[in-house]
Ligand binder design. Structure first.
Ligand code: ADP
Ligand code: NI
Length: 223
């Protein structure tokens, strides 16, 4: 999507939102920083075109989806939607666009999807797929080990088995080695894609992670 597919007013709002998000994410952990948001926006744009989703809502939701990660706000999952909502109001964004964007960012996190999903739209589908795709493939691997390093977790411990079927609380409080995260989340994402275009991209990124794990275990055994 070229910038000039948006009206002047939309372009101005998008510039303001981009500046706001960059400011909020200054100093964020490397896997969840402005560049994560920029990648999600790029992927969401691609998917929005293929899935005929509204470009403006998609762009706003992609930009604002991680503005306040609950992990870093004492588990407060309303913090992000609150901050995003206040900013959109300050920019005089139409109430129906604002509500749509807030519904998307409230409902799209993986933690929420372990529980029931109560909102769906084409725009929500593409932004959620784009966010999940960024947790897969080469970038997904880099982000996982960056996060594990940030939390000072071991890379791998053969004695600590991955857990399936975690509750939301167990997922949040997990102290497991980073390799376990592949089995607890990353390898499960392929089956959760909403759109056909997202699923095709997910297949390729999934296969790359499987290949990475095979090589990792070989090297671990000194092969
Ligand atoms: P979401 O975008 O769904 O909120 P998270 O905030 O849970 O995702 O994760 C952000 C990034 O950190 C993702 O790439 C994710 O795979 C990674 N991550 C989250 N939890 C862990 C963990 N326990 N071990 C390794 N990486 C993790
Ligand atoms: Ni994200």
């Amino acid at each position: 999507m070229k910038k000039n597919d948006f009206t002047e007013g939309q372009q101005r709002v998008l510039r303001q939102v981009e500046a706001f998000v960059k400011e909020q994410l200054a100093g964020a952990e490397g896997g969840h920083d402005w560049w994560h948001v920029a990648r999600v926006r790029n992927t969401a744009r691609t998917l929005a075109k293929l899935e005929a989703a509204d470009a403006y809502v998609t762009e706003l939701a992609a930009l604002l989806h991680d503005v306040a990660d609950a992990k870093f706000y004492g588990g407060d999952e309303e913090k992000g939607p609150q901050m995003a909502g206040a900013f959109l109001t300050s920019q005089q964004v139409a109430p129906e666009v604002r509500e749509h964007v807030l519904n998307i960012i409230r409902h799209m996190s993986f933690k929420n999807s372990l529980e029931k999903l109560s909102f769906y739209s084409a725009e929500m589908a593409v932004v959620q797929d784009a966010d999940r795709l960024d947790a897969m493939g080469a970038i997904g691997i880099a982000r996982a080990f960056n996060y594990g390093g940030y939390k000072n977790r071991p890379l791998y411990d053969p004695a600590v088995k991955p857990r399936q079927q975690m509750t939301k609380e167990e997922y949040k409080s997990s102290e497991a080695p980073t390799i376990n995260h592949f089995y607890e989340k990353l390898l499960l994402l392929k089956e959760k894609m909403n759109t056909a275009a997202g699923r095709a991209m997910a297949e390729q990124r999934h296969d790359f992670m499987v290949q990475f794990l095979e090589q990792f275990y070989k090297e671990w055994e000194g092969e």
